[in-house]
Design a protein around this ligand. Structure first.
Ligand SMILES: Nc1ncnc2c1ncn2[C@@H]1O[C@H](COP(=O)(O)OP(=O)(O)OP(=O)(O)O)[C@@H](O)[C@H]1O
Ligand SMILES: [Mg+2]
Length: 375
């Protein structure tokens, strides 16, 4: 029960391809997050599941049944929008009760269901207020309560937390995931916020220009991004990437970057050699870059380093209290960011440094396809 499947779904608005040949399975009782930059087709994908937009091509299934020609109200999904869409003239109770009014449910039963949903979401004391008398977070919960009472096969949520302030958003994030576990329903959750995606999704699907880049559990996406796009979209600060030609023997390759070379591990050398690429895109997460003294190679936090690495100049340092982001520039203008601890002195802006790379943690991509090269 409750699976949602898109099969080769395309949606065009005139010349705009909003969703491009998208195939996706949301498993029953799964919390799947659809994430991607503004305009990548997330809302359109969700609206096609809800029945608010018709696919130009392809098939939508809910719980195994093809629903392309099923009216939104008969699809047994509940959609929660960013702006909640509450009825301003109705009390909280009436808002939550609203979807039940069209069903043949007697008054007592309706009251019971509404009270239960209100208790679940901590809205018991607000039942007689109007939406205008509630905070943003409380309104959000009313919208959720209204979705819950329908006991749908699936919840479809389009950026439901984006109107909340940062603190409330974090709290509501946890509540939503907890609620989904308790109810055991399928959720398709749209956001452009990678932190929301990483923390809420049992799997996340990353869209780029209407097409699926990658789908998988968050840790896997972080460890093995399938493309340059995913590598740079997930992670903050984003993964550093630089392109360069490959030199050396198949078992001992080097990548030539502006100002220096990186020696690959024997395993990576074989992987890259196997791809046949003579030029590759190298990716390295900021936490795997060290900032070393330009002369003796000591790291910024005082540990002894080595004098190899790539010369760079420090553009600026963002001190976040718990860590520092050192934004550097290579000889050719490529930006590289290192994420380092707050121990030791801060590398001064405009100083010359050498960047060290944890070569066991490199990622490789084919510059022609931008897809990951894997061994
Ligand atoms: N009704 C419409 N008519 C024409 N173009 C549309 C329509 N709805 C969406 N689009 C276009 O389709 C593309 C995808 O839009 P969509 O709303 O799905 O993006 P999104 O990923 O939800 O973005 P955001 O994060 O900004 O909400 C965009 O280029 C948008 O301009
Ligand atoms: Mg949208």
């Amino acid at each position: 029960m409750g699976s949602v499947v898109l099969e080769e779904v395309t949606k065009r608005f005139g010349d705009t391809v909003a969703v491009d040949d998208l195939s996706l399975e949301v498993r029953d009782e799964e919390f799947l997050v659809l994430v991607g930059p503004s305009g990548c087709g997330k809302s359109t994908a969700l609206r096609m599941i809800a029945g608010l937009d018709d696919p130009t091509d392809g098939v939508v299934r809910i719980d195994g049944r093809i629903v392309n020609h099923v009216e939104p109200k008969d699809r047994d999904v509940a959609m929660v929008f960013q702006d909640y869409a509450l009825y301003p003239h109705m009390t909280v109770r009436r808002n939550v009760e609203f979807p039940l009014r069209t069903r043949s449910m007697d008054r007592d039963e309706r009251q019971r269901v509404v009270t239960e949903a209100a208790e679940t979401l901590g809205l018991g004391e607000f039942l007689d207020r109007k939406p205008a008398q509630l905070s943003g977070g409380q309104r959000q919960r009313v919208a959720l309560a209204r979705a819950i009472v329908r006991r749908p096969e699936a919840f479809l949520m389009d950026e439901p937390l984006s109107n909340l302030d940062a603190k409330l958003r974090v709290a509501t994030r946890t509540e939503l995931v907890e609620l989904q576990r308790r109810l055991g329903t399928t959720v398709v959750y749209v956001t452009h916020d990678q932190v929301e995606a990483m923390t809420m999704g049992s799997r996340i699907a990353i869209l780029n220009e209407g097409a699926l880049e990658q789908i998988g559990p968050p840790p896997e996406i972080y460890r093995r991004p399938a493309s340059v796009f995913v590598a740079r979209f997930i992670g903050s600060p984003p993964m550093n990437t630089a392109a360069g030609p490959v030199r050396g023997e198949p078992g001992a390759l080097r990548v030539v970057l502006p100002g220096g070379e990186i020696a690959l591990t024997p395993h990576d050398s074989r992987t890259v050699a196997g791809s046949g690429c003579s030029e590759i895109v190298v990716g390295i997460r900021p936490e795997h870059v060290t900032v070393n003294d330009a002369k003796d190679g000591a790291t910024a936090d005082g540990a002894a380093g080595d004098a190899s690495g790539i010369p760079a100049s420090v553009l600026s340092v963002e001190a976040l209290g718990y860590e520092r982001h050192v934004i550097c520039r290579l000889d050719d203008g490529t930006t590289m960011i290192a994420r380092i601890s707050t121990d030791g002195p801060e590398p001064p802006a405009h100083s010359a440094v050498r960047l060290g790379f944890d070569t066991a943690r490199l990622h490789f991509f084919d510059p022609a396809t931008t897809r990951r090269i894997d061994g």
